[in-house]
Ligand binder design. Structure first.
Ligand SMILES: *Cc1c(COP(=O)(O)O)cnc(C)c1O
Length: 386
């Protein structure tokens, strides 16, 4: 179905940060399939893990024990300091699990119609519940009736959350991105997550973080909340977890971890041996190659580079980012930059109409980081100069 306006290019193979199209033209991938291929393309350890597992056992069922799922759960939960995890096949499904946990939690407290506080400009997925949670009318339009039980407030506004607390007895949870990705790489005040944690503690709400884009090292920590003192009760990841093999996870700790019981939720594919083997290889490779620290340092280098190259340019509103999640906001719509970059052999993205978004692989070298800065800065100079 025509769900996408696709760019006129098809890639045939990849290696590291590079892709080659059907005419064998080479491209630098500064988007990583939207924050998915953190280890770049055709990573040898992930490739051999997938190939080996495919020759052994791809799928059984969650009706049976799955050793690889237990191993992945242990590894992921120790990195995230979480107690339990539900594995899904996508980000939206991981968020669905989080939403269901919030509702079970609300009902356990005697709330008949539990509500979840969500944010303006958020993105949580395309299923009916997650598009309802999403703070973007374009994602919702035409799909009404939407799902009940969401209360929307502005992002990065603790007072707005406190006001809801004062006026509603029905809230069970807050669902929020530590940095809004699709919404324009919006970075909240450094005290925001700590503030949300405090409000959730005061009112016995679950703090639920959507780390689907920010997680798995993207921001220079394994999870973006680790830049703060706050720890969520529930956190979802997906995108980079399998480096392209579809796998998502909804992690929980404490009381939130005990909400799901046998029969409350399920999935046919989620957490199957193939996906889990791939994700284990991803975690091991991210660790061995120190990708999280590399994301922090190359990200800083890129921000500094962009500030130097674009500082005096009038049309640039703001350059912002954390780790290798970078947004350059212009004063005008700039989606045409995507095809201009493509013509020059560079993959970038524009989100929220005016924000150039860069999500390069976490294996990026200093030299490659400089190449991206130079090429993107030139594109912006040309675009604004015209
Ligand atoms: C991509 C994304 C999702 C949705 O993930 P899918 O795998 O496309 O369902 C949800 N939340 C955030 C923050 C995302 O970036």
């Amino acid at each position: 179905m025509s769900t996408y306006n696709r760019l006129p290019v098809q890639f045939q193979r990849g290696e590291g940060i590079w892709l080659w199209d059907s005419e064998n033209r080479q491209y630098l991938d500064a988007l990583s399939g939207i924050a998915v291929c953190g280890l770049g393309h055709a990573h040898p350890a992930v490739t051999s893990a997938i190939a080996e597992q495919a020759g052994k056992l791809v799928h059984t069922s969650n009706l049976y024990g799955i050793e690889l799922q237990e191993q992945l759960a242990d590894k992921l939960c120790s990195l995230a300091e979480m107690d339990r995890v539900f594995f899904s096949n996508s980000g939206a499904e991981a968020n669905e699990a989080a939403i269901k946990i919030a509702r079970l939690f609300g009902h356990s407290k005697g709330i008949d119609n539990p509500a979840i506080i969500v944010m303006d400009h958020s993105f949580h997925g395309r299923t009916l519940a997650t598009l309802t949670a999403t703070g973007n009318r374009k994602v919702q339009a035409g799909f009404e009736p939407l799902v009940q039980g969401f209360i929307r407030v502005p992002y990065d506004d603790l007072d707005a959350i406190s006001k809801v607390a004062a006026n509603s007895q029905d809230v069970a949870a807050i669902l929020v991105e530590p940095i809004q990705g699709e919404g324009g790489v919006n970075i909240p005040d450094s005290a925001y997550l700590d503030g949300i944690r405090a409000i959730c503690d005061d009112h016995d709400w679950l703090m639920m973080l959507d780390e689907i884009q920010t997680g798995m090292g993207r921001t220079g920590r394994w999870f973006a909340w680790q830049h703060s003192n706050a720890r969520p009760d529930v956190a979802t990841v997906a995108k980079a977890l399998g480096n392209g093999v579809p796998v998502g996870a909804c992690m929980a700790r404490g009381k939130a971890a005990d909400m799901m019981q046998p029969g409350s939720h399920g999935t046919t594919f989620g957490g199957n041996p193939l996906a889990c083997r791939a994700a284990i290889a991803v975690l091991e490779s991210l660790e061995q190659e120190q990708c999280v620290a590399n994301a922090a340092s190359t990200g800083e280098q890129m921000l500094a580079g962009f500030s130097a190259a674009l500082a005096d340019l009038d049309g640039v509103v703001e350059i912002r980012g954390l780790g290798l999640m970078i947004g350059i906001e212009l004063d005008r719509p700039c989606s045409e930059l995507v095809s201009k970059a493509l013509e020059q052999g560079l993959l970038i993205n524009v989100t929220a109409e005016r924000v150039i978004r860069l999500l390069p692989p976490l294996i990026l070298t200093d030299k490659q980081a400089d190449m991206i800065v130079a090429q993107v800065s030139n594109l912006i100079h040309e675009f604004i100069g015209q």
